[in-house]
Design a protein around this ligand. Structure first.
Ligand SMILES: [Zn+2]
Length: 67
């Protein structure tokens, strides 16, 4: 899977943490690198509101993908 260079492990960890400590459900678009909200933690290949590609992953899902 090709990821946008801005998608770093540190950034994914921060999103996971935010999901645990708030009511946010953060996700990230791996195509354009934009933050997405309202993702289930296990979201996979959701459509990105920014770039329109099916590349939004929930933070925890992305963490497992990166690990
Ligand atoms: Zn995008």
């Amino acid at each position: 899977m090709r990821k946008h260079p801005s998608i770093t492990l540190e950034r994914v960890m921060e999103a996971v943490e935010r999901g645990h400590t708030s009511l946010d459900n953060p996700g990230l678009c791996i195509a354009c690198g934009k933050d997405a909200d309202g993702c289930e933690p296990d979201a996979r290949a959701y459509e990105c509101e920014c770039c329109g590609r099916n590349a939004v992953y929930g933070a925890e899902e992305l963490l497992m993908t990166l690990a």
